[in-house]
Design a protein around this ligand. Structure first.
Ligand SMILES: [Fe+2]
Length: 415
């Protein structure tokens, strides 16, 4: 959803609920139609649970004990799909990019049906899920049936590892989409141990794919972030996850070290919340029109992107906005390109709200992207999907031969 905007910046969840009134929790999950309560047509079972949870928590504030940062590993799935070990025959890795997919609805199935065909044709060996993997407020447990309904079943046939990123809906508590309950993200980490597809060894992590042959340096490296503690709609009540708490300090240290140490030809940062964005949620530092506070505005995520990522990564890939955008690298970004790819199940409002330079953008259609990397070039293909025919159309292609940190320069063409 992400249509839910707090009445003021930096509220706690209970303050938000008290301010917005008792109907808020129901409204927040009303567009999730996956399992409707039989006794009350139109009212979702999880809506009722959400309302009950909100009521119980309001009666029993403050909240309970903090959850551990990372859930304990369970038995590893013995037959999980392996990470690709060598580039394809053309010397390329092809990677499917999706975001904001986890509704389980017909739109998600249409996009995955279209993507499945492209993946076969292009030899895709890896996929990315840019967060909001389980709408509306993340899994109830690490074996919640929602994993099957909103991930495994729609993605059947795209039999590759999926690098999964935590979105605000994956880490929500009383208010679906708030991003205020990190413990739900731990359930997604734990689920990775028993899934063939779902790859999430921690809340943030990196994955490097080898170049093959005698080349020792990786061809491409992915850095998956947890952006929620610095972009949540609400204050993180657990001190561990506060914007300046130990978790974010450690994540920043890890990212800085990992990016600095990486010898990969191409470096790709994956974070649910975008740095720059022409869609309605806007950019980090002024999300949804908020420019005050430590959380709702995303000001500290802006700092993280600008101080650690820009000029070091070739691409930042994000979702959150349900749109498709290939923004241009600029002096401001020090050559780093922002992609927004959050239209795997929902669409935007049809118009641009901001004017960051864009090679191509679409605010109305479903879709996904393909990243192709070889020793010589990085290519980004943007596909739109017709929900009725379940067909994908290549809408735009951008290609560069020069990695950030070496030189910048992109060529682009409208298909
Ligand atoms: Fe989101």
């Amino acid at each position: 959803m992400c249509e839910l905007i707090p009445p003021r910046a930096d509220l706690t969840e209970d303050q938000w609920l008290r301010t917005a009134g008792p109907g808020l929790a129901d409204a927040a999950v009303a567009d999730d139609t996956a399992d409707t309560a039989a006794s009350a047509p139109g009212v979702h079972r999880r809506t009722l649970l959400g309302g009950a949870m909100a009521g119980a928590a309001l009666a029993a504030l403050p909240f309970g004990a903090p959850q551990p940062a990372v859930a304990a590993a369970r038995t590893v799935a013995p037959d999980r799909f392996p990470l690709p070990a060598t580039p394809g025959p053309s010397g390329e890795y092809a990677v499917l990019i999706t975001g904001d997919a986890g509704t389980g609805k017909a739109e998600q199935h249409a996009v995955t049906a279209a993507a499945r065909e492209i993946c076969r044709a292009e030899g895709v060996g890896l996929a990315v899920g840019l967060g909001d993997n389980i709408y509306e407020n993340g899994p109830e447990s690490d074996h919640d049936s929602e994993f099957e309904e909103k991930f495994e079943r729609p993605n059947t046939g795209i039999d590759v590892p999926w690098l999964m990123v935590l979105g605000n809906h994956d880490c929500s508590g009383l208010v679906p989409g708030s991003g205020g309950d990190p413990s739900r993200g731990d359930r997604e980490v734990a689920y990775a141990a028993t899934s063939r597809r779902w790859y999430m060894p921690g809340r943030y992590y990196n994955v490097a794919l080898p170049a093959g042959g005698a080349q020792e340096d990786p061809l491409v490296e992915f850095f998956a972030l947890d952006t929620n503690p610095v972009a949540s709609y609400v204050v993180q009540t657990d001190p561990h996850y506060r914007w300046n708490g130990p978790y974010m300090r450690e994540q920043r240290r890890w990212l800085d070290t990992a990016l600095r140490a990486s010898r990969a030809r191409w470096k790709v940062v994956l974070g649910h919340h975008p740095y720059l964005n022409n869609g309605k949620h806007g950019s980090a530092g002024s999300y949804d029109g908020f420019v005050i506070g430590h959380y709702t505005s995303g000001i500290h995520l802006k700092e993280l992107y600008e101080e650690v990522v820009c000029g070091r990564a070739d691409v930042i890939m994000s979702g959150h906005d349900h749109t498709l955008q290939i923004l241009e690298p600029t002096d401001r970004t020090r050559g780093t390109r922002q992609l927004v790819c959050g239209a795997a199940s929902k669409t935007g409002d049809g118009k641009a709200h901001f004017t960051h330079p864009a090679a191509w953008q679409d605010f109305a259609r479903l879709g996904f992207m393909l990243l192709k990397v070889s020793a010589g070039a990085m290519t980004i293909d943007a596909y739109t999907v017709d929900a009725t025919t379940k067909q994908a159309r290549l809408a735009h292609r951008v290609r560069t031969a020069r990695a950030v940190g070496v030189e910048t320069g992109m060529t682009a063409g409208v298909q």
